[in-house]
Unconditional design. Structure first.
Length: 237
C-alpha cells in the first residue's frame, strides 16, 4: 500500500523497523572496518516520498534529510522543521539561488559556475552553505562530478567563495563497477583535499546498495533512501 494510504502509526512502525535494519548494517560495516558508528552520519533521502515520511523519520531521530529536486525540496524544507537539509542532486546554475535559501549542505558542487552561483545565492539570503565537491569516478557527464584532475583547483575556488564553507568531497560509484574500489579512489582524493584544506574532512558516499563498501573506504556520510522508505512509487502528498 502506498504510504499516502497507510495510517501514520503503521507507517511509523514500518520506518522504525527499516531504520533499525539500516543502523544494524552501518554498525556491522563499522565493526568490520574497525570504525565506530558515531563516525557515520545517516542522511535519509526523502525524494519522491511525502513530507509526512520526512517528519516521521525525523521523529525517529534522523535529523539529516536529503533531496535532489529543487521544487520538491523547497516545499519539504518549508514544511518539515528541525532537520538539516542536504541537497544531493545535480544543481542547475539557474536553480542555485533557490537551493541556497533552504539547503544546509550541497553535495554536488562540480564546476566553478555552480560554486559562484551558490555563493551569490547564499550571500543574498544571508546564509552560509556547507559545500562538498562532487568527483566523477566514471567520466559520465550525465551523472555529474568534476574530473579528478580538476578537483584541486575547484576545492581551492570553493574554499574562497563567500557564503560557502568547503566541507569535503562526494561521489557516486560507477554503474556496474566494484564500489569498494571506487570509494577507495574517492578516499585517496579526499586525503589530498584535506592536506590542502584540513577542515574539508567529510566524505559523502554510499547508498542503500553499497553503504558497506562506503563505510569500509572511509565515508563519513551515507545517503540512504530505498532501504529506509521502500521502493520509490512517486506517491507524494
Amino acid at each position: 500500500m502506498p504510504p499516502a494510504e497507510v495510517p501514520l502509526t503503521e507507517r511509523r512502525e514500518e520506518l522504525a523497523q527499516s531504520l533499525q535494519r539500516v543502523r544494524e548494517r552501518i554498525a556491522a560495516a563499522c565493526a568490520a572496518a574497525g570504525r565506530s558508528p558515531s563516525e557515520i552520519t545517516l542522511v535519509a533521502v526523502t525524494k519522491t516520498w511525502p513530507a509526512s515520511d520526512a517528519e516521521l523519520i525525523r521523529d525517529l531521530g534522523v535529523l539529516d534529510l536529503g533531496e535532489n529536486r529543487d521544487q520538491e525540496a523547497q516545499r519539504k524544507a518549508a514544511e518539515v522543521r528541525g532537520v538539516r537539509w542536504h541537497f544531493i542532486g545535480a544543481v542547475q546554475t539557474n536553480k542555485a539561488k533557490s537551493v541556497a535559501r533552504y539547503a544546509d549542505a550541497v553535495h554536488s558542487v562540480d564546476r566553478p559556475a555552480l560554486a559562484h552561483a551558490l555563493s551569490q545565492g547564499a550571500v543574498r539570503a544571508g546564509r552560509v552553505l556547507e559545500a562538498l565537491v562532487q568527483v566523477s569516478l566514471d567520466g559520465d557527464p550525465a551523472r555529474g562530478g568534476s574530473p579528478a584532475a580538476a578537483v584541486p583547483q575547484l576545492v581551492d575556488l570553493v574554499s574562497g567563495c563567500e557564503g560557502l564553507v568547503l566541507k569535503g568531497v562526494t561521489a557516486l560509484a560507477p554503474l556496474g563497477a566494484d564500489p569498494l574500489a571506487a570509494f577507495r579512489e574517492l578516499h585517496a582524493i579526499a586525503v589530498d583535499v584535506t592536506r590542502r584544506h584540513p577542515q574539508a574532512s567529510l566524505i559523502s558516499a554510499g547508498m542503500s546498495g553499497d553503504l558497506e563498501a562506503a563505510v569500509q573506504a572511509g565515508a563519513t556520510h551515507v545517503r540512504v533512501g530505498t532501504a529506509l522508505f521502500g521502493p520509490r512509487t512517486g506517491m507524494l502528498r
